[in-house]
Write a protein that binds this ligand. Structure first.
Ligand code: G6P
Length: 547
């Protein structure tokens, strides 16, 4: 047993879980009409209904005790203060400084980082204004109307998904295209439709060493030069966001055209830095700023609200409850809003890269589950496919349903149907349908007794499936900022309880390293192959097909 699983609180939670498994949420709702109002909290434009969860007051009390004993608040304060909490990379974790509008300084190694942060925000603001006004032009004097944003991981998901989510707020007149994968099909397709004279390439790479991003930028550069641009014109059409200024200038970027970022911003938390420039180009600076302000508001809520009202804390603890005491291995995100369709993929990187870890503290192997599989897609589409498994499969899959109450420029009939499906699903998951109800429904359907019993058995829905419902007045930039920050802090709280380092990603690094070793053998076709026999055979087959 580890220190965590050995605690009386952990043991209490384990025994409460055994109790709860014998009960049904539909009975709780029937016996307590105030359940919905009791288990709901609102903050930063997010209304969280968590009443359809397998919880009682005792469960919540024990979960809050677990958070207390795991020193979540102390760890949270250490993060906001700039302590070196990413202990394997010896870095502070300060994405919160990028949206700090308190006017207070934030120190890293004794130095206030806020002046640099604010200067970078000004640089973004001026740059966006110069593009949107058409003042900044390409080498032939045309306005730069097509933006190609090249980056991967956190340098792609945040910018792309947040831009997509805010489509009703787009600035008319520029179009941002995103390219991530090294698969040449993607960049070819994007560049094929563009006029190089009005194209601006934004290369986003914190490290400036990521293979995919470097290669895609080189391909874009070749395309630009082949289309008629010269080496000298590059400065007008290529800019970079990176913390590795030297590598960026070595690559040929003009120093003026490099937007800075810092090693105290993790890739998956970087949309708040200049990595968010494509968002600002898509929405305009004011809307982009609202996004940051929404995140700041959530930071303040996370720091100040008591656990019972604290959205990141509540959602995190509910997750721990299911992962560690009910064996849930995944968590599904279901945005009922087409523009938010990418959100599950965003949280997938945020959560799985952060808490996909098995060492607690310095060197202790965990003996409990940590980060879940995050997945999901937009409603109602999933209802016609994978929801079946959530309703009647053998796995317990907690769900977060999300719905904006108002949507711009849309027929109300569609929106009412969308909402009814969202609410109907949470209801069905919670209450299920008993055998008796199914049996009664089959009355007068011309079935003999055996057939009626058989069909009722198959139609029986266990229910008791947990879900949160998150409502938003509307999905505007500020609310989206708060929502993203809520999930960031949720992941933080869970990592703090499990004692893992939520801010490194050694598994991903290994993939990068091995990919490069293999590439070397693919490119140098005469080189001897010294990997395992399967990898060797795959490389040999590829060489043969491409010879
Ligand atoms: O921005 P870059 O340095 O190019 O890194 C891009 C991505 O690389 C890796 O995959 C990391 O795990 C991600 O967190 C990061 O966002």
């Amino acid at each position: 047993m580890t220190a965590l699983t050995d605690t009386p609180t952990w043991q209490t939670l384990a025994s409460l879980a055994e109790d709860v498994k014998q009960q049904h949420m539909r009975d709780w709702f029937a016996s307590d009409t105030s359940r919905a109002s009791k288990y709901q909290q609102t903050a930063c434009g997010i209304e969280l209904d968590f009443s359809k969860n397998l919880i009682t007051d005792d469960v919540l009390k024990a979960l809050f005790a677990l958070a207390d004993e795991s020193q979540v608040s102390q760890k949270r304060d250490a993060m906001f203060k700039g302590d070196i909490i990413n202990h394997t990379e010896k870095r502070a974790v300060l994405h919160t400084a990028l949206r700090n509008f308190s006017g207070e300084p934030v120190y890293v190694d004794g130095q206030d980082v806020m002046p640099e942060v604010l200067a970078c925000q000004d640089k973004i603001k001026n740059f966006v204004a110069s593009i949107h006004s058409g003042e900044r032009k390409g080498y032939t004097g045309k306005a730069l109307k097509q933006i190609v944003s090249i980056g991967i991981g956190g340098s792609f998901l945040g910018p792309k998904i947040m831009s997509e989510a805010l489509k009703p707020y787009w600035f008319d007149g520029v179009k941002v295209h995103f390219v991530a994968n090294v698969d040449g099909c993607h960049i070819q397709d994007v560049l094929a439709s563009l006029d190089h004279e009005e194209t601006l390439v934004v290369m986003s790479s914190k490290s400036f060493t990521t293979q995919e991003t470097l290669q895609n930028t080189l391909t874009a550069k070749d395309w630009f030069l082949n289309a008629g641009g010269t080496q000298q014109d590059i400065a007008k059409h290529f800019i970079a966001v990176s913390s590795n200024i030297k590598a960026a200038t070595d690559f040929g970027m003009a120093e003026d055209n490099i937007f800075p970022m810092w090693d105290w911003v993790g890739g998956r938390y970087s949309l708040w830095s200049a990595i968010g420039l494509p968002i600002a180009l898509t929405l305009g600076y004011d809307n982009y700023r609202q996004l940051l302000e929404g995140a700041f508001e959530m930071d303040e809520h996370f720091k100040a609200a008591p656990a019972e009202q604290n959205l990141p804390m509540l959602t995190a603890l509910l997750g721990v409850w299911y992962i560690n005491f009910f064996g849930a291995q995944s968590h599904v995100l279901l945005p009922y809003y087409h523009y938010l369709r990418g959100f599950p993929a965003y949280v997938q990187q945020l959560d799985m890269e952060s808490n996909g870890k098995n060492i607690s503290g310095d060197t202790t192997a965990v003996d409990y589950a940590t980060g879940p599989i995050i997945w999901g897609s937009e409603g109602t589409n999933g209802q016609h496919s994978f929801h079946q498994l959530i309703h009647q499969g053998t796995l317990l899959i907690p769900a977060d349903f999300m719905l904006p109450l108002n949507v711009p420029k849309q027929d109300n009939t569609h929106h009412a149907m969308l909402a009814s499906n969202c609410f109907g699903q949470t209801q069905a998951l919670m209450q299920g349908k008993t055998f008796d109800e199914c049996y009664a429904d089959l009355e007068g359907k011309g079935l003999d007794e055996a057939e009626r019993v058989k069909l009722a058995t198959h139609k029986t829905m266990p229910g008791n499936k947990p879900s949160n419902t998150l409502l938003f007045e509307q999905m505007d930039p500020k609310t989206l900022g708060s929502l993203v920050a809520m999930y960031e802090h949720k992941v933080f709280v869970q990592g703090a309880i499990w004692g893992v380092n939520s801010f490194d990603q050694w598994g991903v690094e290994l993939g990068k390293e091995l990919g490069n070793q293999v590439l070397d053998k693919i490119v140098n076709t005469d080189a001897a192959l010294s990997f395992d026999s399967s990898t060797n055979a795959l490389i040999a087959r590829f060489r043969q097909a491409n010879s």
